[in-house]
Design a protein around this ligand. Structure first.
Ligand code: PBG
Ligand code: ZN
Length: 307
């Protein structure tokens, strides 16, 4: 669920029919309906009031996800709440970590105007503190499972330490362990208003062509204390899901992402495919590949069919 400030807001995402930006009151209604259909858990993404260079909206105790978590827990305490932990939705530049500009070489500076030659880098280790702070704030608001999606190195260890230090020793971490730099996230970035303003995410997300690097990332996250590991996207990476299931014993999740959802919805709207049939077939394939948990925008509709 994508939650936003305001009241009685239910704005459909253009590229994700059936998915909405919801104000807190509407998110509570949606959560109630979802739970009644037999879906055990929902993940929350936030659209903050304001974005800045420190992602304040991510870790503020009055942040939009924190408000929503409190409201849902009050009404539907048994619905498991997963908090996506990332900074991109809350950063003015839209990257998943802190960004600083790096001094360019003198030659480049002379050859072109400054704006065109400025180079940027993600400051990995400084970002970890904000991720840990965000996780603690979400746990305080009632989030049951912390799900870091930023792909900074060392974030699982930093978050575990941050949670443990303030007593959340039993709050599990669902790590987006193998998250690829994917074109399939396009509709999400519209839904969460989180497209990077410059550059791309290839310096921190995984190379789609490289499965060994993905395995190494999963292994490191498990060493750092991840309780559940996740592969993302799902359908174009079924081999990665299957390889991870073979190799690691932790519970394995797969994220059927926004672009996967949008493609099925778009084709179905043209009557080019049978929506429900393709929806279930895609979910079966993810399950068949070895995922124990599936994160999908089809959750409500799939639950209805399964019932
Ligand atoms: C935030 C985040 C993204 C997604 C989940 N968490 C976007 C991104 O990394 O660009 C994508 C999910 C989807 O496409 O459904 N980092
Ligand atoms: Zn991000």
């Amino acid at each position: 669920m994508f939650v936003c400030p305001g009241e009685r807001m239910r704005n459909e995402v253009r590229s994700m029919p059936g998915v909405f930006n919801l104000s807190v009151d509407e998110a509570v209604k949606e959560a109630r309906e979802t739970y009644s259909l037999g879906v055990p858990a929902v993940i929350l993404f936030g659209l903050p009031e304001k974005k800045d260079e420190l992602a304040t909206g991510a870790w503020a105790d009055g942040g939009i996800v924190q408000q929503t978590a409190r409201a849902i827990k009050r009404e539907i305490p048994d619905l498991i709440l997963i908090g996506d932990v990332c900074l991109c939705e809350y950063m003015s530049h839209g990257h998943c970590g802190i960004v600083r500009s790096t001094p360019q070489s003198l030659g480049a500076a002379v050859a072109a105007p400054p704006a065109a030659t400025t180079e940027y880098e993600i400051v990995n280790d400084a970002s970890l503190e904000l991720l840990a702070r965000t996780s603690v704030s979400l746990a305080r608001a009632g989030i049951d499972i912390i799900a870091p999606s930023d792909m900074m190195d060392g974030r699982v260890a930093a978050i575990r330490k941050g949670l443990d230090e303030v007593g959340f020793i039993n709050t599990p971490i669902l790590s987006y362990a193998a998250k690829f730099a994917s074109g399939f996230y396009g509709p999400f970035r519209e839904a969460a208003d989180s497209a990077p303003q410059f550059g791309d995410r290839r310096s921190y997300q995984m190379d789609p062509a490289n499965i060994r690097e993905a395995m190494r990332e999963i292994e490191l996250d498990l060493e750092e204390g991840a309780d559940i590991i996740m592969v993302k996207p799902a359908l174009p990476y079924l081999d990665v899901i299957a390889a991870a299931r073979e190799r690691f014993d932790a519970p394995l999740a797969a994220y059927q992402v926004s672009g996967e959802y949008a493609m099925i919805e778009a084709a179905a709207r043209n009557n080019w495919i049978d929506r429900d049939r393709v929806m279930m077939e895609s979910l079966f394939s993810i399950r068949r590949a070895g995922a124990n948990v599936i994160l999908t925008y089809f959750a409500k509709d799939a639950a209805k069919l399964l019932a």
